[in-house]
Design a protein around this ligand. Structure first.
Ligand code: B12
Ligand code: SF4
Length: 450
């Protein structure tokens, strides 16, 4: 039986990311991140199925290819495309199963386009789908919750071409997050119970790739601090380097920081969200105190761990001034990189329920739920001002002067310089192609607020 697993493209990953990716890697890499979820689907598919992975970020789907079963993953911004692909394959007689973040949040919507929808982890749902397929008893919805505790699988990497990805060996060590930020899908879909893989499984997986640098695909590496310390200790003998996502709370634990550094940590992405405490409170980011940010970041930096800050723009308490302050903070704190996605009410989150009940959603065209489009009515500024603020923030942070101030020359941070220069050039090329100037924070601050 032939099984196709498909990662659909989105406007974001087809237009922006691969273009930049190809430019920056001189055409050698086609997409950023290998589709770990589909590698896991492959790992839990019965052995008698012949598996092919089609990542639309890398190559187009051949709708005439023979396929008995088609499995499609989707996050919210790729859902429209995923549904279209599903409809096409069903017309051709294939059985279609959908899974991933978006179908897990809205299974009834996904079920309109699929024979079955898997809610939650593939490990706990896909084997039941295949069992029922063989007995002609497919159910519409399979829920991971119904399967009890199923261990996190080791992904099959033989089903993808590593050369096509910038991050060819992402590794996931955990699921869930103990925090409850109102805008986040992770805890809303995978729950607050933080689950980890056996450390020996992770180490074996990492060794099997032959890689020396790893990216951990977890939202929160330190959801269980004692376990994280044990994990970092196990990494030390490997002599590798790694980067991943953590929380600012890590700065409070010297032992954790020290072990992270010894285990090869080069950089961490932190969801800082805002330097306005009102915004943090509004997002229910209870553990984060804006007044402590600078001290905490200095602590990471004292261990030579570079920080990438992620800031959200568009909280009800946000004004152009509060957003600009986050950007100026990112410069002052000498963050290696930063990003400024627009607050997005992803289905399944409390934020979505709130905006929906307040009638503030401007669209439910999921392809626009990409962090670059304003999909709700902001409270204190127009949607256009909010979008201009985002562009101005990127323009300011990735300006040559800002890069020089933040990175300096000594010690020379080669990879940070490459990443910042690529972002600086990419942004300027984007505006140059459109024949427009990059907005400045000063100009956007003068736009009318509500
Ligand atoms: C790495 C990553 C990326 C990578 C690319 C990931 C990829 N391969 O496409 C990059 C950096 C490019 C990226 C970009 C973005 N990302 Co991102 N990303 C992640 C991150 C941190 C890890 C993804 C991963 O590999 N997870 C591990 C896999 C195994 O988990 P999984 O996908 O959920 O799969 C499991 C189940 O869902 C299920 N499953 C999944 N697919 C399928 C399919 C079938 C058939 C079945 C049966 C089951 C199944 O089984 C899997 C194994 O148990 C996640 C956070 C997270 N914890 O997942 C965010 C996350 C997926 N990203 C998110 C967002 C918002 C974005 C951006 C929009 C950000 C932005 N504003 O720019 C862009 C959009 C990119 C695009 N496609 O256009 C959100 C998605 C929210 C949503 N509702 O859509 C997440 C959840 C982060 C968050 N906390 O909110 N991202
Ligand atoms: S934003 Fe980060 S800390 Fe907050 S719930 Fe999501 S993963 Fe956890």
């Amino acid at each position: 039986m032939k099984t196709l697993y498909i990662n659909p493209r989105s406007s974001l990953n087809t237009i922006v990311l691969p273009e930049v990716m190809r430019d920056v890697t001189l055409g050698r890499r086609k997409a950023i991140f290998a589709p770990l979820n589909l590698c896991i689907c492959a790992a839990v598919t019965p052995k008698n199925y012949d598996i092919e992975i089609v990542d639309e970020c890398v190559r187009p789907v051949d709708f005439e290819a023979k396929a008995d079963v088609v499995g499609i993953t989707s996050m919210t911004c790729t859902a429209r495309r995923a549904y279209w692909i599903a409809d096409e394959f069903r017309k051709r007689g294939a059985k279609v199963v959908m899974g991933g973040i978006h179908p897990s949040a809205l299974p009834d919507e996904a079920a309109l386009h699929a024979d079955s929808v898997c809610v939650g982890e593939a490990e706990a749902t896909l084997p039941r789908f295949f069992r029922d397929l063989e007995s002609n008893g497919l159910q519409k919805i399979y829920r991971a919750d119904d399967a009890g505790n199923v261990p996190i699988a080791t992904p099959r990497r033989d089903v993808i071409s590593k050369e096509e990805y910038l991050v060819a060996n992402p590794v996931q060590i955990s699921r869930g997050c103990p925090h409850r930020c109102r805008f986040c899908t992770t805890y809303a879909i995978f729950g607050r119970r933080y689950r980890t893989r056996p450390i020996e499984d992770i180490v074996a997986e990492m060794k099997s790739t032959g890689g020396r640098f790893f990216i951990f695909a977890d939202d929160n590496l330190i959801g269980d601090a004692p376990w994280a310390k044990e994990f970092f200790r196990a990494l030390i003998p490997l002599g590798i380097q790694w980067a991943g996502q953590s929380t600012i709370l890590m700065a409070k634990d010297d032992e954790l920081l020290h072990l992270a550094k010894r285990s090869g940590c080069r950089g961490l992405i932190l969801g800082l969200e805002s330097t306005s405490q009102d915004a943090l409170d509004e997002g229910s980011k209870r553990y984060a105190k804006a007044k402590d940010y600078l001290r905490a970041i200095r602590k990471f930096q004292s261990h030579a761990i570079g920080i990438w800050g992620s800031f959200l723009f568009g909280f009800d308490s946000d004004t152009p001034k509060t957003c600009a302050e986050s950007v100026l903070f990112a410069e002052r704190a000498k963050l290696v990189m930063s990003c400024y996605p627009i607050l997005t009410p992803y289905p399944g989150t409390p934020l979505y329920a709130q905006f929906k009940s307040e009638g503030r959603l401007l669209t439910e065209d999921w392809s626009k739920y990409n962090g670059s489009t304003v999909v709700f009515e902001p409270k204190q500024m127009s949607a256009e001002t909010l979008r201009q603020l985002q562009l101005a923030a990127f323009g300011r942070f990735f300006s040559p002067l800002s890069i020089l101030r933040r990175l300096g020359f000594l010690p020379f941070k080669k990879y940070s310089w490459i990443a910042n220069s690529a972002s600086c050039l990419g942004l300027r090329a984007y505006f140059w192609r459109k024949g427009r100037r990059i907005p400045t924070l000063a100009n956007v601050s003068r736009l009318p607020t509500k």
